[in-house]
Design a protein around this ligand. Structure first.
Ligand SMILES: *[C@@H]1O[C@H](CO)[C@@H](O)[C@H](O)[C@H]1NC(C)=O
Length: 332
């Protein structure tokens, strides 16, 4: 009897080992990057979204002003909130759009810093693996694009979240668009692991400030409006973990919405190129702090004690300023 059972036993052990390896891999933690602060512990950065149009639709003008403000604030890095390449992402790592819409547009010396980049829905319509490929970082060392990842900058921790797979309509009603879901399926598992990892990482964070960045809106008065899937699934995690800001693009505007019941602020910086949609669903005026339908970008300056942010139009004019402070001691 014993002689016969050896083989199935071995098979069973091997199978279990593979299964647990798969489990470990699928629960892999978000990749972490360390972003050094300035000597005084502060940080400053710019945020731009929805931009890659080969310089068109005022993309070049936005880039030019980013260069000037970036120099003035001595920025440490740039955040892109996604929809990096219109209309359909990149066709491959050798797609000339990478140079034409990125390297050859954001040429100012102050913008020669790390770019932390997430994917938008338009990026998912191209070759997603190409846009995520480290090869692009060899062409332009600023480029860092992952699905979900963490940037640890001492006083602040950034949690970048891949929001496109949350939206039902890309799956149920893609119309003529073809989405590249490699690495995302099965979707339910991908999303539940992502949320679990995010919640865990936020709980473990001891940073003074917590900022979550995604492409899609949670709250927005713009054309796309609120993303119901993110309101249902992502927002409760941000609220439970005292996240300070949710920063996104998707709506091609500049926008600041506050929360009625918490400190969480919703900041949209999606004015990197095509804008002026003229489709605004005016919000509760006590929560809606600012809305601009045109092109521009956002700056953020952070110290232990406070955050100052500003929105700019294509002439570099400050359209809206906002700041907040926290007591110097930490409760953690
Ligand atoms: C470029 O920006 C200017 C100033 O905001 C605006 O009047 C113009 O319509 C914009 N062009 C496009 C194509 O959006």
């Amino acid at each position: 009897m014993a002689a016969f059972s050896t083989k199935p036993m071995l098979l069973c052990v091997t199978f279990t080992a593979i299964l647990s390896l798969c489990l470990v891999l699928s629960l892999a933690e978000f990749q972490r990057f360390v972003q050094p602060t300035k000597a005084d512990g502060s940080l400053s950065f710019l945020v731009v979204g929805d931009w890659g149009r080969r310089g068109g639709y005022n993309q070049s003008q936005v880039a030019h002003q980013m260069g000037i403000i970036g120099d003035k604030l001595d920025i440490d890095f740039v955040i892109s909130t996604g929809d990096n390449f219109y209309d359909d992402g990149l066709t491959g790592v050798d797609d000339p759009a990478f140079d034409e819409s990125f390297s050859n547009v954001y040429t100012a010396p102050s913008l020669q810093r790390q770019w932390y980049t997430v994917l938008g829905n338009h990026d998912y319509r191209g070759d997603v693996l190409a846009q995520l490929s480290p090869i692009l970082g060899k062409f332009d060392s600023r480029w860092l694009c992952l699905r979900s990842f963490i940037v640890d900058a001492e006083i602040v921790e950034f949690f970048f979240v891949d929001t496109t797979p949350f939206s039902d309509k890309y799956f149920t009603n893609p119309k003529d668009d073809v989405y590249d879901w490699r690495g995302v399926l099965p979707r339910e598992k991908y999303l539940s692991n992502l949320l679990k990892e995010l919640d865990l990482a936020l709980k473990e964070s001891t940073a003074k400030w917590k900022i979550v960045v995604g492409h899609h809106t949670i709250r927005s008065a713009g054309n796309h409006g609120n993303t119901v899937e993110l309101v249902a699934q992502l927002l409760p995690i941000l609220q439970a973990n005292n996240v300070d800001f949710y920063i996104n693009g998707h709506d091609h505007c500049l926008e600041h919405i506050s929360s009625p019941d918490s400190a969480l602020q919703f900041l949209t910086s999606g004015g990197g190129s095509k804008a002026w949609k003229d489709d605004i669903d005016w919000w509760n005026p006590t929560e809606m702090k600012f809305y601009y339908d045109g092109q521009g970008f956002m700056s953020v300056q952070i110290t232990q004690a406070g955050v100052d942010s500003a929105f700019y139009d294509i002439s570099g004019r400050v359209l809206h300023k906002w700041g907040t402070t926290k007591q110097l001691y930490s409760i953690i």
